[in-house]
Design a protein around this ligand. Structure first.
Ligand code: NDP
Length: 483
């Protein structure tokens, strides 16, 4: 008989005392917080508690922000040496590190992600992006991007809710390092860390107007995209909105980078180290509640190991702790919004009706807030919607294959191409598979690893251009190929 020992964990909640959330926020324009007109609430998705009232940016706010960014670009930032710009970026990075706990707690309250992830992944990586790009600011002419690279001007940047501060860093750090100024619109449901970042800009004495933050919803984003004073649009979010933006900028001179959806194949060959693979599968789909564009949401198992992997995966999933995101023991936190929860519920129901088999471990979900148990669907085929569409939640679709060639064909049979995973002990097989896969990022015997030096972006409907590394810098400089 198999005996298992279970440990009871006492709650280990992080204190929220370190953050001060104002009852109401305006926009950050020209180095100052300015009052907004209309407001909407931002809530804690784990409790539905209203955290603050956020300004809904309209035309006048976007105009003022673009004007401030243009002035700062023309008078200050584009004239400053790279060495001086770099000093500001280093200063911002250091302050983010100093205030890391405050950022982590605030991110978890506003987003619902476990404090362990915001503390150990989001915030350190956001600071690392500023450190990395600070290093580039005075070395642009040695980056192989032309002898005298020039900035584009004013960048409009629109970011999603899944990694709020990290996506801000991916956008703001390269733009500033290359000499651009920015107007950033955070997502409607997660604006608080961007507003804290505005305070960091003040603390770093960043010249007024170099970074402007206008909060709001999709209509605010659209105003920014269509503003004639913008030279470049950088967007991360859904493929649907990415297409709207591509159409809007097509007849203009604006440069654009789009980082969109994904439906990554995580391929397990029969020679894979099974225990490590199971950890990688869990990390690939349950990290950040599965709200990850590059999540390993399609598991492809070689048939002769499928049963063993699924058995071990289910055992491992029984141990996943779902609940209070502020508890340091929590693995899976709250779904970011009621709307996203509805989408996950709807697509999972489609999985049931299409004949796939659903399984979740027993878990007690809190009665308040937005929650979804970690879930796997087996018996999924290529034709199922849950194999083709991004669910963007803790839901894994499992398919099987017999030959390596079949795995590649199934993996590439998607309109997306953002990421993929390969699990195998054979180096030659890993290299062969990575050459066949049409995905921007391919992880081998690991998953969801990010680094500022590494370019990130997709093929096909997963987007245009790359962010991070030398490639990402090129997207903020004139006359440089973006691929
Ligand atoms: P969106 O693409 O709508 O949101 C991303 C950002 O774009 C937000 O700041 C949003 O504002 C803004 N926006 C919305 N409409 C427009 C517009 N017409 N013009 C300019 N900006 C706009 O994603 P959702 O939050 O609606 O999520 C929907 C789905 O998208 C998810 O279920 C998931 O599948 C996918 N997604 C993918 C992400 C990725 O990283 N690839 C990230 C987030 C979502 P606002 O927040 O107010 O809507």
């Amino acid at each position: 008989m198999e005996t298992t020992m279970t440990f009871e964990y006492a709650p280990a909640p992080e204190s929220r005392a370190i953050v001060t959330i104002k009852p109401k926020y305006g926009h950050f324009i020209g180095g100052k917080f300015v009052p907004g007109g209309k407001h909407f609430p931002t809530i804690n998705p784990a409790t539905e508690e209203v955290l603050s009232q956020i300004a809904r940016g309209g035309k006048a706010d976007v105009d003022a922000a673009v004007k401030a960014a243009r002035k700062a670009y023309a008078n200050t930032w584009s004239k400053m040496s790279g060495k001086e710009r770099g000093k500001y970026l280093y200063r911002i990075a250091r302050i983010m590190q100093e205030r890391a706990r405050e950022f982590a707690v605030l991110e978890t309250l506003d987003n619902g992600k476990p404090i362990r992830e915001s503390r150990d992944t989001d915030i350190p990586l956001a600071a690392a992006h500023f450190f990395y790009h600070a290093g580039w600011a005075d070395k642009l002419e040695y980056a192989g991007l032309g002898t005298s690279p020039k900035p584009l001007g004013v960048a409009g940047q629109i970011i999603p809710w899944n990694f709020p501060l990290l996506m801000l860093a991916w956008k703001v750090a390269p733009a500033l390092a290359a000499g651009n100024t920015v107007v950033l619109k955070p997502a409607e449901s997660t604006p608080l860390t961007a507003l804290l970042f505005a305070e960091v800009c003040q603390q770093a004495e960043l010249p007024a107007g170099v970074v402007n933050i206008v909060t709001g919803d999709g209509s605010t984003g659209a105003l920014l995209v269509n503003h004639p004073g913008i030279d470049k649009i950088a967007f991360t979010g859904s493929t649907e909105v990415g297409k709207i933006i591509a159409r809007a900028v097509a007849p203009t001179k604006k440069s654009v980078t789009l980082e969109l959806g994904g439906k990554a194949a995580n391929i397990v060959f029969d020679d894979a180290p099974i225990d490590e693979t199971v950890e990688g599968i869990v990390n690939g789909i349950f990290f950040n509640q599965g709200h990850v564009c590059c999540a390993g949401s399609r598991l492809l198992l070689q048939e002769n190991v499928a049963e063993e992997v699924l058995h071990k995966l289910k055992n491992r999933m029984e141990k996943i702790r779902v609940g209070d995101p502020m508890d340091k023991n929590t693995d899976v936190g709250a779904i970011n919004s009621k709307e996203q929860l509805a989408k996950i519920i709807e697509l999972s129901a489609v999985g049931d009706s299409e004949g796939a088999e659903r399984w979740s471990p027993a878990c007690n979900l809190p009665s308040k807030g937005f929650w979804f148990a970690p879930t796997i669907f087996t018996g999924v085929t290529q034709a199922h919607r849950i194999a083709r569409e991004e669910i963007f939640g803790p839901v894994l679709s499992v398919l099987t294959f017999r030959t390596p060639q079949e795995a590649i064909e199934k993996a590439n049979n998607t309109p997306f191409g953002l990421s993929a995973g390969i699990w195998s002990e054979k180096g030659s097989r890993t290299l062969w598979a990575s050459q066949q896969l049409r995905a921007g990022v391919i992880w081998a015997n690991t998953f969801n690893k990010f680094d500022p030096t590494s370019p990130f972006g997709g093929y096909k409907e997963s987007g245009w251009g790359r962010e991070g590394g030398r490639h990402g810098l090129s997207a903020y400089l004139k006359g440089v190929s973006h691929e």
